[in-house]
Design a protein around this ligand. Structure first.
Ligand SMILES: [Zn+2]
Length: 160
């Protein structure tokens, strides 16, 4: 299996150039991580148009929810998932990764999106009290579903 490299801030500047050169060197699958999904995809498409083996990943390493979402995204990709996950895992704070792994063992998925006030993991709607607690939480705080204990990933569609 070819090597996989994760490059953060890869949508522009030195990150983008590094991604291009690494991918062009051959034998390396480059994951372009960017905070902004559209910009990351845009950058990946540019390099794919040059025939390079790259893909985009939305990731803000300073945001626990974003990191959890990225790990989940990686997990969901079949095939090379384990390799990619290892690379991402290197970027994730140890305690968050440990928590994610612990949940994943018992729930098969360690994180779930919070959508319209509902946990996508166990499909139960959160009550008003729990939603208020999440609303009051800092963006980088790890919040969990009270029912299934999965890490809840907040998105603009979370209904908060
Ligand atoms: Zn749940």
């Amino acid at each position: 299996m070819s090597k996989i490299a994760l490059i953060t801030g890869a949508n522009k500047g030195i990150g983008f150039e590094t991604a291009r050169q690494l991918a062009a060197s051959g034998g390396v699958h480059v994951v372009l991580a960017a905070r902004d999904r559209a910009k990351g995809v845009d950058a990946a498409l540019k390099l794919q148009a040059e025939g390079l083996d790259v893909e985009a990943l939305t990731l803000d390493v300073t945001d626990a929810a974003s990191v959890a979402a990225a790990v989940k995204e990686i997990d969901e990709q079949a095939g090379k998932a384990s390799d990619r996950r290892r690379n991402i895992a290197a970027e994730v704070p140890d305690d968050l990764l440990a928590l994610y792994d612990q949940i994943r063992k018992s729930r098969s998925v360690g994180a779930a999106a919070l959508r319209a006030g509902r946990c996508e993991g166990c499909h139960l709607s959160l009550n008003t009290v729990d939603l208020n607690v999440i609303r009051a939480s800092a963006p980088d705080e790890v919040v969990r579903c009270e029912e299934c204990r999965r890490i809840l990933v907040r998105t603009p569609e979370s209904g908060l």
